[in-house]
Design a protein around this ligand. Structure first.
Ligand code: NAD
Ligand code: FE2
Length: 384
């Protein structure tokens, strides 16, 4: 067996009501004054007040930073750091989706070091430590609560990632109660993002390993079996809990066996057209899989049994093709736009998108099949 390394979060807590017990985790980490990072939508629907009240009732001081925007720009990170500094916080908590968790991760590092953010981008560039960090996801999508990555919007059309083991939190808390009111279209998009994490981790070219494989398979089973219920009947707590567990496991998988061409081709869609991350992935997923098929037939055939069930039959090629068709049917069932044109992308942009996708070499090297500019353009055209 090839040698491999696997890293994940030191402590994971899962259960109904766990988000109201964060004070216990603050005590275990010695946090008395916490920066609570979240977004204004979550405050408006009343999701944050009970968490904040429970912390305060237990004697933890809270500096609320409720200003995270989707695809957060650097300015939001700096504002969170300023708020934390002014309040003299000694720990950081995020309650929110990937956007809030990513801001909290970078803020926890910046609050503890003089290193400029611009020097932190890339892989293992962080030179300092971070404040104690607790992450509580409210979407079942990014898996950011268990990844060493934070994504920040750096320009008009560009995003950059800070990837460092320092950004793995001390504690990740999964509480499906927080996700019961997640609107169905966000449930669909973020859920497909998590499925893509599992699929791309399973076919990741360089770093896939027996542990990431098991997590990817388990994640995909949980996500595929529960996403329709979570989208169409979101108050079903068991389906929500399964989605949260699946998204977290997919996060553990791709944190160690990184994602490939689906994400590489999705990022320019977010940058140029502000299409949400999960939808961007879903728009190119079937055609990237068709492109990858010759190099990933066996792996896709294995995943077909998880997504479609034991009824899947025929040759390896036929079973792999069944997986792609099942994914297309799922996207249709979830009422997501299925083509780039339906999502508002103009045909004249496809060349620019392909050029930008080629800049994502950090991701493309993990893809099971090499992707050239012409290949990327072909995939966008086929997805149009
Ligand atoms: N760090 C990583 O490993 C990683 C991986 C993939 C993506 N990302 C990044 O994460 C971000 C996307 O995160 P996301 O998809 O979780 O979405 P998000 O955090 O941007 O939130 C999307 C919307 O959903 C709303 N929302 C979230 N939870 C809710 C709930 N429980 N009830 C009602 N509304 C709710 C928010 O208010 C927001 O309007 C992007 O910036 C992406 O680049 C990070
Ligand atoms: Fe993703």
């Amino acid at each position: 067996m090839q040698s491999f390394a696997f890293n994940t979060v030191a402590r994971l807590v899962s259960g109904s009501g766990e988000a109201l017990k964060l004070a216990e985790h603050c005590a275990s980490l010695g946090v008395q004054n916490a920066l609570l990072v979240t977004d204004p939508g979550l405050v408006a629907i009343g999701l944050i007040a009970p968490v904040q009240d429970a912390l305060c009732a237990a004697g933890v001081e809270v500096c609320l930073f409720p200003k995270v925007s989707e695809d957060p720009p650097e300015a939001v990170v700096f504002a969170a750091v300023d708020a934390g500094k002014a309040a003299g916080v000694d720990g950081v908590i995020a309650v929110g989706g990937g956007s809030s968790m990513d801001v909290a991760k970078v803020a926890a590092a910046l609050l503890c070091s003089d290193q400029p953010l611009s020097d932190m981008y890339g892989v293992e560039q962080l030179s300092g430590g971070r404040l104690p960090l607790i992450l509580v996801p409210t979407t079942a999508g990014t898996g950011s609560e268990v990844t060493p990555v934070a994504i920040v919007t750096t320009g008009e059309t560009t995003k950059a990632g800070v990837s460092s083991a320092v950004l793995l939190p001390d504690i990740a808390v999964l509480d499906a109660d927080l996700t019961l009111g997640l609107p169905s279209h966000i449930t669909a998009m973020t859920g497909v993002d998590a499925m893509v994490h599992a699929i791309e981790a399973y076919t990741s070219k360089i770093k896939k390993n027996p542990v990431s494989d098991n997590l990817a398979r388990s994640a995909l089973a949980l996500l595929a079996n529960n996403i329709r219920t979570a989208v169409h009947d979101g108050r079903q707590r068991d389906a929500r809990a399964a989605m949260l567990l699946g998204a977290m496991q997919a996060g553990q998988a791709f944190a160690n066996a990184p994602v490939g061409a689906v994400h590489a081709l999705a990022y320019p869609l977010g940058g140029h057209f502000h299409i949400p991350h999960g939808l961007s992935n879903s728009l190119v997923l079937p055609e990237v899989m068709r492109f990858n098929l010759p190099m990933a037939t066996g792996l896709y055939a294995e995943l077909a049994e998880i997504v479609v069930g034991s009824s899947v039959s025929g040759s390896e090629e036929a079973r792999a093709e069944t997986l792609i068709v099942a994914i297309e049917e799922l996207i249709d069932d979830l009422s997501m736009p299925a083509t780039l044109s339906a999502a508002g992308v103009g045909e004249e942009s496809l060349e620019t998108l392909a050029e930008d996708a080629m800049l994502q070499q950090r991701l493309l090297i993990n893809n099971p099949r090499e992707v050239s500019y012409d290949d990327a353009l072909g995939i966008y055209r086929a997805s149009f």
